[in-house]
Design a protein around this ligand. Structure first.
Ligand code: NAD
Ligand code: UDP
Length: 318
């Protein structure tokens, strides 16, 4: 297939590009570098299976030649307000990438008679009342809250994707991605893993927001990419959760990072990021197991050990 990946210079988009090229496909990458980096795709420059367009997906998209698939990953994705890359600080760009970007990429898929895959998020569940979150749960999102620009854009994107499927027959898929980590995460993007791992490798104390009892479940990027690729190859049109179901508190997460890096510093408790920081999050992956035969295989320790060398190299520490 010839596959367009928007957000190809980002963390997930670059790993997905690598994997699809490895599977024998041609990848057309597109990015405007608002939160991504040229470094993430530098190794693909000159590869005949990879071409790249610098473009903002909020504007009309033209790609010469036939496309067989369109995968829409372009969007700011960090929720930490202290980061310049966070969607809090890019609110209009975030809503445009989710709304106009989804409209443009769906139009492109329709014009090419191509399959389409939307990168949605566990954030569409908001601060969930149902736990764990299954795809039938409608969510608890505050439409004017601090995360609304991201959450509502993704919710709109899902609805628009299904509208194109139902009205125009576009061959669509929707993946709801839960917290994922690995090499090529931006060290400054403010999400939990880059923040805490960077602090640990520098021998600093780890900033835990609130009392650290809020939970997440962290998926290693290779597991996630395997699930997404299986979804792309499937015929499933309704949303599928992809994430690691092993739930832990952020304090346990921080302690695991300290143990694996041998960091003697303690944690520092900071003010909670906001009253709307989701308190519990864990995917119910029953649908992914049944439909895609997928479940994650890389546990947190293994995933951290695979991620640490990248962070060390970026930080210039031994
Ligand atoms: P990222 O910031 O590393 O990558 C996003 C990429 O999209 C960046 O390269 C950025 O420059 C690009 N981009 C943003 N707006 C654009 C625009 N208007 N036009 C062109 N390019 C644009 O983030 P990521 O973690 O790789 O996230 C990728 C996708 O996966 C996002 O859609 C995000 O919502 C979704 N997601 C990620 C996670 C996660 O844990 N990493 C969880 C849930 C959902
Ligand atoms: N967090 C933290 N310290 C940090 C960064 C994040 O305690 O330095 C917490 C944050 O409050 C949240 C969890 O870690 O409860 C996960 O945050 P992240 O930004 O990775 O993404 P989220 O899951 O909230 O979308």
């Amino acid at each position: 297939m010839r596959i367009l990946i928007t957000g190809a210079a980002g963390f997930l988009g670059s790993h997905l590009s690598d994997r699809l090229i490895k599977d024998g496909h041609d990848v057309v990458g597109m990015d405007n570098f608002i939160t991504g980096s040229q470094e993430n795709i530098a190794h693909l420059v000159g590869n005949p299976q990879f071409t790249f367009y610098r473009h903002d997906v909020s504007n009309y998209i033209f790609v010469p030649g036939k496309l067989d698939a369109v995968m829409h990953f372009a969007s700011p994705a960090s929720p930490n307000p202290s980061s310049p890359y966070a969607y809090f600080n890019l609110p209009i760009q975030t809503m445009k990438a989710g709304a106009l970007g989804t409209h443009n990429t769906l139009g492109l898929a329709k014009a090419n008679n191509a399959r389409f895959l939307l990168a949605s998020t566990s954030e569409i569940y908001g601060d969930p009342v149902e736990h764990p979150q299954s795809e039938t749960y409608a969510g608890n999102v505050d439409i004017t809250g601090p995360r609304a620009v991201y959450d509502e854009a993704k919710r709109f994107a899902e609805s628009l994707t299904l509208a194109y499927h139902r009205q125009h027959g576009v061959d669509t898929r929707i993946v709801r991605i839960f917290n994922t980590y690995g090499p090529r995460m931006d060290l400054e993007d403010g999400r939990a893993l880059p923040n805490l791992l960077k602090q640990a490798l520098l021998g600093q104390s780890l900033t835990v927001y609130g009392d650290g009892s809020q939970t997440r479940s962290f998926c290693y990027v290779d597991d996630l990419v395997e699930g997404i690729v299986r979804l792309l190859y499937s015929n499933e049109h309704m949303p599928v959760n992809i994430g690691n179901p092993v739930e832990m508190t952020i304090l346990q997460f921080a302690q695991t990072i300290n143990r694996l890096t041998g960091n003697p510093a303690e944690v520092t408790y900071m003010d909670a990021r906001s009253a709307r920081d989701p308190q519990r999050r864990r995917p119910d992956i029953t649908r992914a197991k049944n439909i895609l035969g997928w479940e994650p295989h890389i546990d947190l320790e293994e995933g951290l050990l695979r991620t640490i060398p990248y962070f060390k190299q970026k930080l210039g520490v031994a």
